[in-house]
Design a protein around this ligand. Structure first.
Ligand SMILES: [Zn+2]
Length: 112
């Protein structure tokens, strides 16, 4: 299971912890505020991750079939170069960007 899913689960676990351990001391309102924040952040990280990896190699082949050679090697849809490199996007996105080294266009993504 990819890391963003664990972040989503961790948000729910942390929320339960806050309700059971912290709330009796600081009040229910604060606990519900924390729950709302935890669910928002957890959901956002999963939704963002899914939308990023949706544009993967298979997506590229379907979207730009004229830029895919019969052997599966791809060309940049922008400039036609075959020099495609990958780098980690970092910043807790857990996504790798595949980009054209000639013009810099990001072509598709893959899970880190
Ligand atoms: Zn290019």
């Amino acid at each position: 299971m990819p890391i963003p899913y664990f972040q989503g689960i961790a948000a729910v676990v942390a929320s339960v912890f806050v309700h059971v351990v912290i709330a009796p001391h600081f009040g229910r309102e604060l606990a519900w505020l924390f729950t709302a924040a935890a669910i928002s952040i957890g959901t956002a990280s999963v939704v963002l991750y899914r939308s990023r990896i949706a544009k993967n190699y298979e997506w590229y082949k379907k979207t730009y079939p004229q830029h895919v050679a019969p052997d599966g090697r791809i060309k940049c849809f922008n400039c036609g170069s075959t020099r495609i490199h990958a780098h980690k996007r970092m910043n807790h996105s857990y996504v790798r960007d595949h980009f054209c080294t000639q013009c810099g266009t990001t072509l598709y993504h893959s899970p880190e």
